[in-house]
Design a protein around this ligand. Sequence first.
Ligand SMILES: [Fe+2]
Length: 290
Amino acid sequence: MNPQVKSFHDPATATFTHVVYDRDGGHAAVIDPVLDYDPASARVTTASADRVLAFVAGRGLALDWVLETHAHADHLTAAAHIKRKTGARTGIGRGITRVQERFKALFGLEPEFPTDGSQFDRLFDDGDTFAIGGLQVRVLATPGHTDDSLTYLVGDAAFVGDTVFAPDTGTARADFPGGDAGKLYRSIRKLFELPEDTRLFLCHDYPPEGRGERAEIPAGEQRRGNVHVGGDAAEDEFVRMRTARDATLPAPKLILPALQVNIRAGELPPADDNGIRYLRLPLNQLGGAR
Ligand SMILES: [Fe+2]
């Protein structure tokens, strides 16, 4: 059974949030929801997530899952907010435990911060299956951009996270801790084995001047025309190109707030004795090699 999909675009972070559902009045999952964050004031708001929730309510959908394709570095996740509002269960790849270990150390988090993924309701492994109402979901490990990156396959739809970008922009960076350009190439090639008309739903699009955002691309179009990995692009060439390019990229604007919240499944850090919650900024740790 093929799903219905409604995609939402957040212009502030260029992120797509997808609602995948079996039928009006049926069951749904939200994939990669955005928690709005204003870096100047450090204020967190929920307008983007509430728009998604309004759609879910409008279609009479029971929200079963809030799914993450990976621990994002460019936006904060609204998973905790959506879970509180709907009771949906949260899920992410089991590789989140490694991300939690790395970033617990970098941020100097409270000793009791668990790095076993227990902030999420379910940790997925390659090949796992689960249901969204009448839809069957298969989990495909697609590491490379990060080592916890997953693709959720639902009928003719695949939610690929940052595993691949639109054909004319190619691929995401692979230089975050745990990233690996060779693995990214092999993960994308795995996606290219899906049927030609599989709809690959992206987590981001950064279109060149004059082209509108595209939330979904057919697998066949990617296989033939992706500028980084399409056609007969070889792995070693891709790794050289990706590595050279990543060395020129600045740290994503929201990486420090995003990771701190995303490894907590979207919960904010615990409050200090004065009742105020704080994010931490490790000085001189990121961006040094640029
Ligand atoms: Fe990402």
